[in-house]
Design a protein around this ligand. Structure first.
Ligand code: FES
Length: 77
């Protein structure tokens, strides 16, 4: 089942390395679970380092110009 949705995944994050699912196929949205490789999607995840504890709006539509973060593009879809 695809994890692509017309809304961000809002999560309370702790500092550290985060791996955002770019293909939409992960079963652990919004994080990569390796599905992009198993399903040969041709996409790769985006790795970011968060410096602080904060709420993050991870892009769920995969159309954001600021991937992996929501930029409001989903509202125009
Ligand atoms: S979910 Fe908001 S821009 Fe993708």
């Amino acid at each position: 089942m695809s994890g692509i949705q017309k809304a961000p995944y809002v999560r309370d994050e702790t500092p550290g390395r985060k791996v955002w699912c770019a293909c939409g196929e992960s079963e652990n949205q919004p994080y990569c679970d390796g599905s992009h490789s198993r399903k040969e999607t041709g996409k790769v995840p985006v790795v970011v380092m968060l410096a602080e504890t904060k709420k993050v709006a991870w892009c769920g539509c995969r159309q954001s110009a600021m991937n992996p973060f929501c930029d409001g593009t989903h509202k125009k879809l």
